[in-house]
Design a protein around this ligand. Structure first.
Ligand SMILES: NC(=O)c1ccc[n+]([C@@H]2O[C@H](COP(=O)([O-])OP(=O)(O)OC[C@H]3O[C@@H](n4cnc5c(N)ncnc54)[C@H](O)[C@@H]3O)[C@@H](O)[C@H]2O)c1
Ligand SMILES: [Zn+2]
Length: 357
């Protein structure tokens, strides 16, 4: 697959040569690589072998719990220790947490140094590393403090997926399925055939997903309109995810929650008269075939209401959704009332546990 050219930077696939140019051209005063404890173990050795040049590493603990100001301070401190300045380069080697936080700290250190994203999870390859959003969590609120700034380049190496857990891999599939549902019916029909353990042409799938995310975010980088379609499944999905994080022993992953959110929001789309019943059936059975029924019973509406009201897309107190018109076509700024949401939770709860039965 070829390089994807965005307005100010390139998204390279399997291109170690282009990456090594950054080390060899001598344009950077220092090169820093930020990893978490897992990508240090699984990805840094591969990276080091391909990039046998001097660089400093900054290692942070893994997980969303560390995407905060404390860790940002730790990274800035590491940048100072490493002698970084405005002419240095920061390479974020990891999933979305590393990409968001490494990008955010690099974009602010000495008013900004160059940074590149080397995503190592499916989610970060198809979603987080494209579109320029950078953020950290603050006071328990996700992605509260952030900005939009494009990286200097994105380098995607699907081989990093080899060490990712099957659960994390499947979680990333929720965004892949979403890309098909909101923009490209042909792509949806291909990726809905995903099966855990089956060989997947990742180069091709990731490429197509990145093209969709790029196209949408380039038209509307600041999310004033069209970019909101990428939030399909995420309004209810986030509320279900937050509830699960607080109450479940083994909480849903982001993708598992979004998969549920997409089913519920497809139901709402049908109930509002946009999506046909046969498309609704196809969305539901397609998502269930990949994810199964992640929850037997969803939390009652009253437990989701507060987080729905905090959704970033809201305007003046009403909750706004991105919905499907048909498979491959989405719309945004849709007001949805409580009765529709409650009906969608009932719809999900009544689904068969086993999609094949
Ligand atoms: N900026 C954006 O547009 C955007 C979009 C979507 C999500 N995000 C953010 O991304 C984050 C989620 O990203 P994520 O799912 O990649 O999470 P993550 O970075 O926490 O990675 C998930 C887990 O996989 C491990 N890991 C990463 N790569 C690995 C590999 N190759 N082998 C083995 N283990 C590996 C990590 O250490 C972590 O434990 C969230 O904070 C979310 O807010 C940002
Ligand atoms: Zn998502």
């Amino acid at each position: 697959v070829e390089t994807i050219h965005c307005k100010t930077y390139g998204i390279f696939f399997n291109n170690w040569e282009a990456l090594s140019d950054l080390f060899q051209k001598g344009v950077y005063s220092r090169i820093l690589v930020i990893v978490d404890e897992n990508t240090e173990l699984h990805c840094l050795p591969i990276f080091r072998e391909k990039m046998p040049f001097p660089f400093e590493t900054i290692v942070i603990p893994e997980g969303e719990a560390y995407k905060n100001l404390m860790t940002a301070q730790f990274i800035w401190d590491g940048m100072i220790q490493a002698g970084a300045d405005r002419h240095s380069l920061c390479i974020n080697l990891g999933g979305g947490v590393i990409g968001d936080m490494g990008g955010w700290t690099a974009a602010s250190f000495m008013r900004g140094m160059d940074f590149i994203q080397v995503p190592t999870t499916l989610l970060s390859m198809v979603d987080a590393s494209v579109g320029g959003k950078l953020a950290i969590d603050f006071k328990g609120l996700k992605n509260l403090i952030g900005l939009i700034k494009d990286p200097n380049a994105v380098f995607i190496f699907p081989e990093f997926l080899n060490t990712l857990s099957p659960r994390e891999l499947k979680s990333g599939m929720a965004e892949v399925l979403k890309h098909g549902l909101i923009q490209d019916k042909g792509y949806w029909e291909k990726v809905r055939k995903y099966k855990s353990g089956k060989a997947i042409p990742w180069d091709e799938w990731i490429y197509e997903s990145v093209l969709i995310k790029k196209a949408v975010t380039e038209i509307d980088p600041m999310e004033r309109g069209l970019r909101k379609i990428l939030n399909y499944g995420h309004t209810l999905g986030h509320a279900i995810e937050s509830h699960s994080l607080e109450h479940d022993d083994d909480p849903l992953t982001h993708g598992e929650a979004i998969a549920i959110g997409m089913i519920c929001e497809a139901f709402i789309s049908a109930r509002k008269g946009y999506l046909s019943d046969s498309d609704l059936h196809q969305v539901t059975s397609g998502i269930l075939a990949v994810f199964g029924k992640g929850k037997k019973e969803l939390p009652a509406f009253k437990y989701l209401k507060n987080s729905l009201l905090k959704d970033k897309k809201n305007k003046g107190g009403s909750v706004m959704y991105s919905l499907l018109e048909k498979i491959g076509v989405a719309c945004y700024n849709q007001e949805v009332n409580e009765a529709d949401v409650i009906a969608s939770l009932d719809y999900y709860n009544a689904l068969d546990f086993n999609p094949n039965s």
